[in-house]
Design a protein around this ligand. Structure first.
Ligand code: ZN
Length: 161
């Protein structure tokens, strides 16, 4: 079987930044499972895995355009610290969920706290980065109709509910 639309693909992966910094990896014995072709993973990764077979290894450098997007500086904003009285102490690295003007959920990351001013960044933390992936396909199977309905994988490496 080969990786293609509506297959459940299980992968072991390591993700590094262009400079070699480790950003993310699947833990040994805990591979990631996703449904191919429905936008579960970033486009660059899904393209690279298309047609691959079980056991195949793929090394790719994904551009921001095929990854988490280019950075949009308009998504960086400052707010007064007084707006954050719902937390004990606002600090760099904290994340808050908000809604954009169209009602879509966005994650805001605190990137600076200076005096009474808090800087928030609505870009994905990996936006603007070239991403160096090393991926091994561990398993491929057909998605069940229930999984396709839900848009995610059930069982090992996926949702349990
Ligand atoms: Zn489900």
């Amino acid at each position: 079987m080969q990786v293609g639309k509506n297959k459940v693909v299980t992968i072991d992966y390591t993700l590094k930044a262009e400079d070699g910094t480790l950003l993310d990896k699947s833990e040994a014995g805990e591979p990631l499972a996703y449904i191919h072709g429905i936008g579960n993973l970033i486009p660059g990764v899904e393209k690279a895995l298309e047609g691959k077979g079980s056991g195949e290894n793929v090394k790719i450098m994904v551009s921001p355009e095929e990854g988490y997007g280019v950075r949009n500086e308009a998504l960086v904003q400052t707010m007064p610290k007084s707006q954050f009285d719902f937390v004990d102490e606002v600090s760099v690295g904290m994340q808050f969920q908000a809604q954009d003007p169209s009602g879509q959920p966005v994650i805001l990351t605190v990137t600076g706290v200076e005096g009474e001013e808090v800087t928030l960044d609505g870009n994905h933390p990996l936006a603007g980065l070239k991403l160096d992936f090393d991926i091994t396909v561990a398993d491929i199977r057909d998605a069940t109709s229930e999984e396709l309905d839900h848009g995610h994988v059930h069982g090992p490496g996926g949702h349990h509910h």
